[in-house]
Design a protein around this ligand. Structure first.
Ligand SMILES: Nc1ncnc2c1ncn2[C@@H]1O[C@H](COP(=O)(O)OP(=O)(O)O)[C@@H](O)[C@H]1O
Ligand SMILES: [Mg+2]
Length: 458
């Protein structure tokens, strides 16, 4: 194959900014050391074809017949749900995550399921076939239709796929795949982009589904340009702290389903097992009464998760007060602290404040404001809170407690797990059919009413 090389440009792997000279810092997104060589090619020459509009296909939308997406399912329900109800034929899914989080493990388990009725290829660029065999023995995988391809040259992979037409192909990982027609090394933007373009062509023409594994850089970005995310149909991220044994699979982009859908998995020597009742999972280890802790039902995708909101306020001994926040947006905590100081005259300036969501969940919803305020108040004033009470509500700057959405769904989940009471915004009162719920609802208008209530109950 002749090498195709025309003109060298440099491209920022973070934002895609292009320049003719290598730069240490990107003028567009200001990231350092992000430029990589990008080889510009003449596509016309590559394809050896003239642009011929005579072959252009135009469809009349009205006359087009719609086809239902064909979905392939596994028995791993959480995995299928995050995909939007199963893998769509011809779909390209990018799975990203830090090394060691379990991407290969999860995909090997999914491959085992898929290959019960379909031929599945696992393109192994990172591990040898015998390493994969060892893992599959540990995971108890023994499907007869699962094939390991120990190859990373995309044209060779393509030939093999077009010849044998597997239903599903797993590329582990895109950073190891390369096209020998280009001069750059595997893992560079040129190679990642060209390999992915080739994969898209195969997927759409042959109706083959692909999983592409993509590594994440230190600062959490998918290695390679952002454009990889734009090229694929779905992007799933696999997250998990090293010291926790569970993992969160999240869909951040999905052309065939909703985004922000999450699934929780448990990592052990038998591989990933799905956690079907994650609320219970996040709620263990609580006493009957706790200081600085309350439960909040948070919405993630289409599911409610009960999470514990913990606050610890300690007397400041020297220097500036510390604000350490895990699981929430830091600025939101600053706002809530300011409201508590102003409206309830709580002196937080002389206290160190630590906030945490045990289990490593990150709560983005402002509906968690009330639970945050309660846990801070409980810690500052040493008020015990029953472990059967939860709180939902957004705080306004005037100290008012504002209405939140999806109340019914949240109450149902709370009842299911045996909660006896819940603090809710007054604004939600009309929407709730109280006959439907056994849980005691305490409506609040503002922070003053809340403090009164807490002092009385505590
Ligand atoms: N024998 C084993 N028993 C239990 N866990 C293991 C074993 N071998 C490897 N692991 C775990 O599997 C994980 C590696 O998963 P892997 O699927 O290779 O991750 P990724 O593909 O995301 O880099 C590691 O976190 C490691 O702790
Ligand atoms: Mg791997």
């Amino acid at each position: 194959m002749s090498k195709i090389k025309e003109k060298i440009e440099y491209i920022c792997e973070n934002c895609g900014y292009k320049t003719l000279k290598w730069l240490g810092r990107c003028p567009s997104c200001e990231s350092w050391n992000s430029f990589q060589e990008d080889i510009k090619i003449n596509i016309k020459k590559l394809n050896n074809r003239e642009i011929n509009t005579g072959n252009l296909k135009i469809y009349n939308l009205h006359e087009l017949e719609s086809t239902e997406n064909i979905r392939i399912n596994t028995t791993i329900k959480e995995f299928d749900r995050v995909l939007g109800g199963g893998l769509v034929l011809g779909e390209i899914v990018l799975l990203t995550g830090h090394p060691g989080v379990g991407k290969s493990t999860l995909l090997l388990q999914a491959a085992d399921e898929y290959s019960k009725d379909n031929i599945v290829y696992y393109v192994a660029g990172e591990e040898s076939a015998s390493q994969i065999k060892l893992r599959s023995e540990r995971l108890n995988i023994n499907s007869k239709n699962l094939f390991i391809l120990q190859e990373t040259e995309i044209n060779i992979i393509e030939n093999q796929i077009r010849k044998n037409k597997p239903k599903i192909v797993i590329i582990d990982s895109i950073q190891t795949v390369y096209n020998s027609e280009y001069d750059s090394i595997p893992g560079t933007i040129t190679q990642i982009r060209e390999s992915t373009l080739k994969i898209i062509d195969i997927a759409k023409k042959e109706n083959i589904s692909f999983f592409i594994v993509g590594h994440i850089t230190k600062d959490g970005k998918i290695a390679g340009p952002k454009l990889l995310e734009h090229m694929v149909d779905a992007v799933l991220t696999f997250e998990g702290e090293e010291n926790y044994y569970y993992r969160i699979l999240r869909s951040v982009k999905n052309r065939f389903g909703s985004t922000n859908e999450i699934g929780i998995f448990n990592m052990n020597e038998k591989g990933m097992t799905e956690v079907l009742n994650p609320s219970e999972f996040f709620l263990n280890d609580r006493d009957d009464k706790n200081v600085g802790s309350i439960i909040m039902p948070t919405l993630e995708g289409s599911k409610i998760f009960l999470v514990e909101v913990q606050a610890l306020c300690t007397t400041l001994l020297f220097g500036l007060p510390r604000r350490v926040v895990q699981g929430f947006d830091f600025n939101r905590i600053q706002i809530i602290s300011a409201i508590l100081e102003k409206i309830l005259h709580i002196e937080l300036g002389g206290l160190d404040l630590y906030l945490n969501v045990p289990g490593g969940m990150y709560v983005k919803e402002t509906a968690a404001d009330l639970a945050i305020a309660i846990s801070i108040l409980s810690s500052v004033k040493n008020i015990e809170i029953s472990n059967k009470i939860a709180a939902i509500g957004e705080l306004g700057l005037r100290g008012e407690i504002r209405k939140v959405s999806f109340i019914d769904k949240r109450l149902i989940e709370l009842e299911k797990l045996g909660f006896k009471g819940v603090y809710l915004p007054e604004g939600n009162r009309n929407e709730i059919d109280e006959k439907k719920f056994k849980i005691k609802v305490i409506y609040l208008r503002n922070l003053n009413e809340l403090l009164e209530r807490m002092n009385k109950n505590g």
